[in-house]
Design a protein around this ligand. Structure first.
Ligand SMILES: Nc1nc2c(ncn2[C@@H]2O[C@H](COP(=O)(O)OP(=O)(O)OP(=O)(O)O)[C@@H](O)[C@H]2O)c(=O)[nH]1
Ligand SMILES: [Mg+2]
Length: 385
């Protein structure tokens, strides 16, 4: 069934559409747009054009206003674009209206696909998942996303040919679809419960060990740093969400052992359903003693990314932990700003590094060691005696 959720095939073409409110500054706007394009490219889609509109909030009926919609449809028809990707979640009636706008009233033969940000993220997660647990978590989120959106406009599951945006027939089939999806959700929940029980047992066994988790926005260099520290071979790539599973490795710094977890990166507007179904993966972060918050200092909107990560940490309940802020990728900063990025404020525990060019790694490990050793003595009070 999972191919049902496949949003796009490589080489398909797309235009991206985003709405910004009036106060949004140009840099943030561009960063958001670049990110949506990057998400699309991660799936192999070629983004041909982007369209933006300033509105207080997206139009209820068609997300963008009439004039803008006209402009987009003309472009899409003229350039034979395969799909239109929207930066926010679309509700079922918006999907229906947009389907009509792009494909005319004869919807049975729709050619142009209407996608939204959550669908892209879910699809990327599903392609990146390695473990049964991650696969099950993504699938659960996908079916939950689909359930309220099952309308005549969306595919008929039992006859599905793959690809969101295919149409299904009448109401009776729709009811059947709803039942299939509900059954599937129940089944996936059960399966996850079972897997979760095993992970809880596994994590309990590690209670005496100091646990450190790498957190941060997606693509900032968490896995690269994990590989550097643990000599593990974790998949790192210049794509969004290279990692969606958790990897735990034992690391020893100056004879003090601890467990280091690399896990899924965060992103703005991460579908809530994903956060919910990834709960047990995120538990690795919630249960960690120390966080290493990795930041891509070369990202034009890095401050915004820090905000998103902090907010997500609050959302999942991973607050009040000793945190080492790591400003990574300082090698990409202009030389005169590299010094600036190398802020090494001991009290604030911020360090500028380059994980690939291995700049400042010794200072970083020293700072990390200081945090780990403190916790180590708490967990092993007899260590010194
Ligand atoms: N220039 C530069 N690139 C880096 C540095 N650290 C990591 N990268 C690159 O940034 C990209 C993302 O690195 P990853 O380690 O996969 O990032 P991640 O945070 O694990 O990303 P996700 O798993 O997708 O959330 C890769 O292409 C890395 O080679 C650095 O210090 N400098
Ligand atoms: Mg990673």
């Amino acid at each position: 069934m999972s191919q049902y959720f496949e949003t796009a095939k490589p080489e398909e073409t797309a235009v991206i559409v985003a709405v910004y409110h009036n106060q949004q500054d140009a840099i943030t706007m561009q960063a958001y747009l670049d990110e949506l394009a990057f998400l699309s490219q991660t799936l192999g889609v070629r983004v041909r054009q982007s369209f933006t509109q300033r509105l207080d909030k997206p139009e209820t009926k068609t997300f963008v206003g009439k004039g803008k919609l006209q402009e987009i449809t003309e472009y899409v028809k003229e350039h034979e674009i395969d799909m239109v990707i929207f930066d926010d979640d679309l509700n079922p009636s918006q999907v229906r209206n947009l389907e009509r706008a792009f494909n005319g009233s004869e919807i049975e033969e729709a050619k142009i696909k209407i996608l939204d940000r959550s669908l892209l993220i879910l699809d990327i997660f599903s392609k990146r998942a390695q473990t049964t647990q991650a696969h099950t978590q993504v699938e659960l989120a996908q079916y939950q996303y689909l359930l309220p959106r099952l309308t005549r406009m969306w595919t008929h599951l039992s006859k599905q040919k793959g690809g969101i945006g295919m149409r299904g027939p009448g109401e009776k089939e729709l009811e059947t679809d709803r039942r299939i999806v509900k059954d599937k959700i129940a089944l996936l929940r059960k399966k996850l419960d079972k897997i979760d029980k095993q992970s809880i047992t596994r994590r309990k066994a590690r209670e005496q060990t100091v646990r450190v988790a790498l957190v941060g926005y997606t693509n900032v260099g968490k896995s690269t740093l994990m590989n550097l520290l643990s000599k593990a071979d974790v998949f790192a790539e210049d794509k969004l969400f290279a990692t969606v599973d958790s990897t735990v490795r034992k690391v020893v710094l100056n004879k003090i052992p601890f467990l280091l977890t690399d896990t899924v990166g965060f992103i703005r507007k991460l579908p809530t359903l994903l956060i919910e179904s990834f709960k047990s993966t995120l538990d690795e972060i919630i249960e960690a003693d120390i966080l290493i918050h990795v930041v891509d200092i070369s990202a034009p909107d890095f401050e915004n990314q820090i905000e998103v990560v902090n907010q997500t940490l609050i959302d999942i309940g991973a607050t009040d932990k000793p945190t080492l802020m790591v400003y990574n990728k300082i090698d990409l900063m202009p030389p005169d700003e590299q010094g600036l990025a190398e802020i090494h404020q001991e009290d604030q525990k911020i360090i500028g590094i380059s994980a690939t060019k291995k700049i400042n790694i010794d200072t970083f490990t020293q700072l990390l060691y200081d945090l780990v050793v403190e916790k180590y003595y708490v967990l092993n009070p007899n260590y010194l005696s």
